[in-house]
Design a protein. Structure first.
Length: 460
């Protein structure tokens, strides 16, 4: 029999056949079906973010029991709280998840562990910065926004407690980003859910003074949030450092490397500009609408609540795409990364768009939940019938923003946000100087602004 016809069998030095090589372990995020994997990663986020919405509603309810001044105080400090959470979670947390996912996609677990340790250092530094900034300049900022008397005192009291522990949410969201970068969405979502329950219970108990607990007012509400964050932080720290996660932060013998910070901050730091611009955009838009009267402003507020809920749906899908795209980029599979981005964008576009279109056709389904005032109801119907059909593009924009984080290319979406801010500021100024009627105010917030950033090929 010729040598060509004999299969070569690998043997060891004693001429004994070697066992067949092990089949490499498949990574569903890199090799699995895109849509099924994306939805599997997204559903825990939907549950957790829905719980976050419940926290906002519950806090508004029991703060209202403290009085009108406390509600006004929360309105003053709320933008700073939201800015802290969105910067540490969606922005810097997305940068952390992207860096860790790209390292794992390239098969470099040691680099992912080192990145995780550097991410925690970034979280601590940013948390300390927010803490010092708000403790030193917070009272002046709150007074500049219009806080006076008891309203200012309550707002300062809340900010002193909450931002005195600002390291906790920053470090918690850094760990969340590490876990999401490994593809673990369930534990962070479970922690968000449990944290929401704890916030509602502890915030209400300490704020209102239930049972034997004295009433601490706004300070108690802030303390309840920090206690809830510390519980979630402790659980995630135990999970990470016990070796149960795919990545264990490399603390012992850690050598600070500039390249690791750059890998995270080139996505996270640039992404932080997006929530900052969003807060400015909302402030400008709200200020312009306030000139048309209380009923118009209240009507917009009802529509904004719907946007907040629908944004959570798009956020859940978008954040699920970050590790999938990051690992695909790390593995050099650019075409797959593009398909993931388009799939996530389509899911967000359709899911958010369907709900928005339904509400645009039947606005009373949403409006009747909040008010019976005829003027507010009319303003809400008009706003929703005009804006709600375009909510699909909000979903698409948010999804593409997170997709660009996974690919470490976030400059495009941030510039799109800048264009949106300039459009609203410039367009609003022009309309105001020309005495435009309130019906033209609906196009002041461009729902099509995602067209600049919704082009995945520019990101990869």
């Amino acid at each position: 029999m010729s040598d060509i016809g004999v299969a070569e069998i690998p043997v060891d030095e004693d001429e004994r056949p070697l066992p067949p090589p092990e089949t490499p372990i498949r990574n569903a995020l890199v090799d699995g079906p895109i849509l099924r994997t994306l939805l599997w990663l997204a559903w825990p986020n939907v549950v957790a973010l829905s719980a976050g919405t419940c926290v906002v509603i519950a806090e508004t309810s029991y703060i209202g029991r403290l009085g009108v001044e406390s509600l006004a105080a929360m309105a003053l400090v709320f933008p700073f709280v939201i800015l802290t959470m969105t910067m540490s979670g969606g922005a810097m947390g997305g940068g952390v998840a992207s860096a860790v996912a790209r390292a794992l996609g390239a098969g470099n677990v040691d680099r992912a562990s080192t990145l995780a340790a550097h991410a925690m250092l970034i979280g601590i530094c940013f948390g300390l910065t927010f803490m010092l900034g708000m403790l030193i300049f917070g009272p002046a900022l709150l007074e500049l926004l219009g806080g006076r008397g008891k309203v200012l005192a309550d707002a300062v009291g809340y900010s002193q407690i909450f931002f005195g522990g600002a390291v906790l949410p920053w470090l918690m969201n850094s760990m969340t980003g590490i876990l999401r970068g490994t593809g673990n969405m369930k534990l962070p979502s479970l922690m968000m859910l449990s944290s929401a329950v704890c916030q509602i219970i502890l915030g209400g108990t300490l704020g209102l003074g239930l049972g034997p607990v004295p009433q601490f007012g706004m300070r108690g509400v802030a303390a309840g949030s920090l206690i809830a964050y510390s519980i979630s932080l402790s659980v995630m720290a135990w999970y990470l450092f016990s070796g149960r996660a795919r990545v264990v932060p490399k603390i012992r013998g850690l050598r600070i490397k500039r390249s690791m910070f750059i890998d995270i901050l080139k996505v996270g730091a640039v992404s932080c500009l997006s929530p900052l611009q969003s807060v400015l955009t909302i402030s400008i838009f709200t200020h312009m609408l306030a000139g048309f009267g209380t009923a118009i402003l209240a009507g917009y507020g009802i529509g904004a609540r719907l946007e907040f809920m629908l944004t959570s749906v798009a956020f859940a899908t978008g954040i699920a795409s970050v590790p999938m795209i990051g690992m695909a980029i790390g593995a050099g599979r650019i075409a797959r990364a593009r398909r993931i981005a388009w799939t996530a964008g389509l899911v967000s576009f359709v899911s958010v768009g369907l709900i928005g279109t339904l509400v645009a056709i039947f606005p009373d389904l949403w409006v009747n939940i909040f008010t019976g005032d005829a003027g507010v109801r009319a303003a809400s119907r008009q706003y929703l019938s005009t804006a709600a059909p375009m909510y699909a593009f909000i979903g698409l924009a948010i999804s593409m923003y997170f997709s660009s984080q996974g690919a470490a290319k976030v400059v495009g979406p941030v510039l799109a946000q800048s264009a949106r801010l300039l459009f609203i500021g410039g367009g609003g100024w022009w309309l105001s100087t020309h005495n435009a009627p309130r019906t033209t105010s609906h196009w002041r917030q461009p729902r099509w602004s995602c067209s600049v950033c919704c082009r995945p090929r520019a990101f990869f």
